[in-house]
Design a binder for this molecule. Structure first.
Ligand SMILES: [Zn+2]
Length: 95
């Protein structure tokens, strides 16, 4: 079973949104309510990225570890638990 690239990308987009929401902190000039709202937003994006990764990028063989999200095919990662490669739906099978 292969991992779907769309989950890796969704995870990366959510992480980017989390970072961008931290960037908003520079604009609020100490408004406590807005600062707290932005921090909550950051945490929610961060959690959402973790959930997407855990659901969509889990090791297909043992289910113990999640694959690091990658936007494009390239470097291959291996499960630290069972040693099986993480293969995405846009990559070739390992021979
Ligand atoms: Zn595994």
């Amino acid at each position: 079973m292969k991992l779907e690239r769309k989950w890796a990308r969704m995870c990366l987009v959510l992480l980017l949104m989390a970072i961008l929401s931290l960037g908003e902190l520079a604009l609020v000039h100490g408004n406590l309510f807005v600062t707290v709202a932005i921090l909550i937003q950051f945490v929610l994006f961060f959690i959402a990225a973790g959930v997407v990764r855990h659901i969509g990028l889990r090791c297909a063989h043992c289910g113990k570890y999640d694959c690091p999200p990658r936007w494009n095919p390239g470097r291959r990662f291996y499960c630290p638990n069972c040693g099986e490669p993480f293969i995405f739906d846009d990559e070739e099978d390992e021979r």
